[in-house]
Design a protein around this ligand. Structure first.
Ligand SMILES: Cc1cc2nc3c(=O)[nH]c(=O)nc-3n(C[C@H](O)[C@H](O)[C@H](O)COP(=O)(O)OP(=O)(O)OC[C@H]3O[C@@H](n4cnc5c(N)ncnc54)[C@H](O)[C@@H]3O)c2cc1C
Length: 402
């Protein structure tokens, strides 16, 4: 079968759907090839099924949250800001709400509403279930694609929107990166980012969520200063996860230390006074029975063990030295990172096609004419908060306009 089309978009994820829809809106004949039976499989599970679709922040804050290659995004950001993303969805029948940290969600709390709006935008009749195997290229330019079943589609513009390598069950298995590399592009080694961390010491705290804590990452190299952020985290059967940990994973590696301040609202002196008060109330009790107002129940035996004070010791016998050590422990509950969980469990793949080989205005390859990239396949990534989808939308938008 042979077909001529203005633009072939490979991958019907966040970036592919936005790219295709924009091109259709501009009067182009577009074909979207998606290997899954349904479009937007990853998009449908984003934000725990609620889809944190963008972040309602200003320019400075947006770029503060881009971990790798923010400059590459300056142009596409100017053409499609987070506020443009919001207007885009609201004008297509998806009312939005802004939550803590400027995170934007559909009012319905349904990621499927976002998928549906994008599918309607690009026209579901333009999406075909096909797995792309290779490009067709000649004379330094792209001519079309070859599908796994042998079908060829011809177009002088092909956009790779195949995502990274995380959550491969959603379709992002790295095929686009393999194709980009085959045609001479540098692929920065894909690494897991926004991923839970395994810790050397695994505490029996599985499922414990800590809501108001500060997490500090102390680099083993000592080269960069410790980085702290307040927020939420949780313990798992292998180590730690939750929003603070996922963000920290972007700059964290094996051997670094995680230090949790369990009482960030109190400085050491105030915390000591608070503990003295608790001790006074429980003066004849065992140490382990004096901490119920201070710490979550599950955490008490773990912290007691770390403190070196016997759980059975009478509170009245605890020395000042022991108490001050305990105060410091609560402000600095520290353990070591063993490794990141694998790429398959990462929210985001860092690495991808080198930005040096992509025109930041059009997203066209500087190596193969007519080949474009959008979304996570590019070596850009961000922290949690809706920034990664915003990157997918604005890079997709940039290509759709060419
Ligand atoms: C669990 C989870 C939750 C997340 N939550 C959020 C969130 O709330 N907010 C946020 O900003 N970001 C979130 N992200 C990140 C966000 O989902 C991604 O950054 C975004 O989906 C990337 O879009 P993309 O279009 O580049 O790739 P994808 O959405 O991965 O789409 C790629 C598409 O290409 C298709 N494809 C791949 N290879 C081929 C091929 N050879 N032929 C044909 N089709 C192919 C795939 O099947 C897939 O449909 C989350 C990620 C995960 C895993």
């Amino acid at each position: 079968m042979t077909k001529k089309i203005d633009m072939i978009v490979v991958g019907a994820g966040a970036s592919g759907l936005m790219c295709a829809g924009t091109a259709v809106e501009n009067g182009r004949k577009v074909l979207v090839l998606e290997k899954n039976r349904v479009a937007g499989k990853k998009l449908a599970i984003t934000g725990k099924g609620r889809c944190n679709v963008t972040n309602n922040c200003d320019r400075d804050e947006f770029f503060f949250n881009i971990v790798r290659n923010p400059r590459f995004l300056y142009s596409s950001y100017s053409s499609f800001t987070p506020q443009d993303t919001m207007s885009f969805f609201e004008s297509r029948g998806v009312p939005l709400k802004t939550e803590r940290g400027n995170r934007v969600f559909p009012v319905s709390d349904k990621a499927s509403d976002i998928v549906r709006a994008l599918e309607n935008y690009c026209g579901s009749e333009n999406i075909i279930q096909k797995e792309v195997e290779d490009l067709i290229a000649e004379d330094g330019g792209v001519r079309g694609v070859l599908c796994k079943d042998g079908t060829r589609y011809f177009s002088k513009k092909v956009v790779l929107c195949t995502g990274g390598l995380s959550y491969p069950a959603t379709g992002s298995t790295g095929k686009g990166l393999e194709i980009a590399s085959k045609y001479g592009h540098t692929v920065i080694t894909p690494e897991p980012s926004l991923v839970p961390l395994e810790t050397k010491e695994v505490f029996p705290l599985q499922g414990l969520a800590l809501k108001n804590v500060t997490v500090t990452i102390i680099k083993k190299s000592g080269k960069s200063p410790p980085r702290s952020e307040p927020g939420e985290m949780m313990f798992t059967h292998f180590g730690v996860s939750g929003p603070l940990i996922l963000s920290a994973s972007s700059f964290c590696e094996s051997g670094d230390s995680i230090s949790i301040d369990l009482k960030p609202g109190l400085d050491e002196k105030t915390l000591d006074r608070r503990i003295c008060g608790d001790f006074a109330k429980n003066i004849n009790k065992n140490f382990k029975n004096s901490l119920k107002d201070l710490l979550p129940l599950k955490l008490i035996p773990v912290i007691i063990e770390k403190s070196g004070i016997s759980a059975e010791k009478k509170v009245c016998l605890i020395t000042k030295e022991e108490r001050l050590f305990f105060v410091r422990l609560i402000k600095n509950f520290t353990f070591e990172v063993k490794r990141k969980r694998p790429l398959s469990e990462a929210i985001i793949t860092s690495g991808g096609v080198s930005v040096d080989e992509i025109n930041p205005k059009t997203m066209e390859s500087r190596i193969l004419k007519g080949l474009y990239f959008a979304g996570e396949i590019i070596d850009v990534d961000a922290y949690t908060g809706g920034f990664n989808l915003q990157i997918a939308f604005m890079t997709g938008r940039a290509v759709g306009k060419v």
